[in-house]
Write a protein that binds this ligand. Structure first.
Ligand SMILES: [Mg+2]
Length: 172
């Protein structure tokens, strides 16, 4: 039986940082460099972050993280793949995330899209996520996808990757 692979959305296939930066720039004109963001939590850097997260279109218009579309296509052929996203904190994101996945990842079925609250309930063999809080409670193999907030922090028992090519090198 194929291994169950759990893939996060925000910060793994959806470029949420690009959205934070875009919203902040249009609001205040602030332009962030990568160094401003390194190792700091998202809410520490982007003061009005929660407002952005509740703005219509925030999730729907997020850019796709480079390489994720062909990578998921390939992994989908080999694994029991699920995209799992903590979404219920921002209820308006549910439809947006569904529409976003339909547009960019049309090869995934609705059965493979899991919108949840806490990911502590999620079980599988491999998890790819950018947040320690999700990886730390997962019982299987864990892959930390580098994003500015985790950049430079110790990986603990997780394997760090910087790109989707690195994920493929590990899993295919
Ligand atoms: Mg994430």
């Amino acid at each position: 039986m194929a291994l169950r692979l759990i893939i996060d959305m925000d910060g793994v296939i959806a470029d949420i940082y690009a959205q934070y930066a875009r919203f902040e720039a249009s609001e205040s004109g602030i332009k962030r460099s990568c160094e401003d963001l390194k190792g700091k939590s998202e809410s520490e850097v982007f003061r009005n972050l929660r407002e952005y997260l509740f703005t219509r279109g925030f999730f729907r218009d997020a850019p796709v993280i480079p390489g994720s579309i062909p990578a998921l296509k390939e992994l989908n052929a080999q694994y029991d793949l699920f995209v799992v996203s903590s979404a219920t904190e921002f209820p308006q994101s549910l439809q947006e995330k569904y529409d976003w996945l339909q547009e960019h990842f049309p090869f995934l079925s609705w059965k493979q899209m899991v919108f949840c609250g806490s990911k502590a309930i999620i079980h599988g063999d491999i998890m790819i996520d950018d947040h320690f809080k999700n990886l730390d409670s997962f019982s299987g193999r864990t892959i930390l996808f580098t994003q500015p907030h985790n950049d430079g922090l110790p990986e603990k028992n997780h394997v760090r990757v910087h790109s989707w090519q690195e994920v493929l090198d590990l899993l295919v």
